[in-house]
Design a binder for this molecule. Structure first.
Ligand code: SF4
Length: 71
């Protein structure tokens, strides 16, 4: 096992680390746009009015790529 670790070079490890960080960032971004069961994203979305949002899911969207939290 330790011989294997000595064979790893920065060229081999760096892409794995970068991809892992990218995956974590994408996961966090996706989770931040999904609400828990029983609540709706629209409740605190800045676009939650008939003129700003024409999505069929409004006002009960459970996930939405356009969601932005009201400030
Ligand atoms: S943008 Fe999405 S979360 Fe916001 S009000 Fe419209 S459907 Fe709901």
């Amino acid at each position: 096992m330790s011989q294997l670790l000595h064979m790893l070079t920065l060229d081999m490890v760096l892409p794995v680390v970068v991809l892992s960080l990218l995956a974590a960032a994408l996961t966090f971004a996706a989770i931040s746009k999904v609400k828990a069961v029983g609540t709706y994203l629209c409740d605190d979305c800045r676009f939650n009015d008939i003129e700003s949002c024409h999505k069929a899911e409004r006002p009960r969207a459970m996930s939405c790529t356009a969601y932005e939290k009201t400030s």
